[in-house]
Design a protein around this ligand. Sequence first.
Ligand SMILES: [Fe+2]
Length: 287
Amino acid sequence: MTKYFIKDLNIFTSEEYNHIFAINPELTPLHYKFKDFEYWIIRDVLVRPEEANKFILDNYAVIERESENNISHHPNKQLVYPQFSFYKIKEFLMRFVNDNKILELPNIDYRDQQIRIKIDDSWVTYSNLAYKNVKIKNRNHEPHTDEFTLGCNLFLTQNGVGTSLFKKKYYDELIISDIEGFNKYGQDYIDYMGKYYRDRNKDDSIINGWANIEEDDNWKRYHIIPGEFNTISMYRGSYFHSPFISDDLEVNEIRHNLVFGYCSPTSEEEEQHYNDEVKKWNYKKKT
Ligand SMILES: [Fe+2]
């Protein structure tokens, strides 16, 4: 996908920029924990969410695209931002995730410039823009997992959106995440999913308009995480999920969420998060 920036970020002073993206000082996560999954919600994240939404749509809008689809599993437009665009939010999230024990993170010296560069690198930031009338190709409305350890979606849309969570039908089992699948079935699971994704990528039929899956031969939806205006939802990137749009979204309204994905910077750290997850849900090897 080609990225176009109508204006150069440099024309905004950091003061203006920090004013628009100021975060509320007192934030607490709501932890939703169920029998076999969990997520966190943070309400009223930005002080000026309308301004932030407008700023992004006015200044980063994609004017043109190489093709109707991008390589991600998001069926719509995706804007990737330059380095350090949202550094303050990334640092805030990092502290927040650590302080609230959402992930066990190593001790970090935030004053060190080299570390700041590493923090910036470990958070992937982009905007997902979706509409009701989108064209779906390669069945990319079907669930996917993210490459990040933890996905955080800051929703900037007023009406009826969220994230659908799914379980993958795997023989006579339902699998909630890649961590569960791999831990129980190892390479067999990887091969099985590899074939599933290849088959789906080969399917170039077009679906007109957004489609929310409830249940089909491959998937069973078990929950919808609400995407309320100015809230962040956080969940494991290894959970199967897809964007959700309800009938409440206006035809011309954009489902806009600013995604912050945390990718563990070292394989040791990632292994630690993986093991924590296996332990938490008590996944046992089956083969
Ligand atoms: Fe995703």
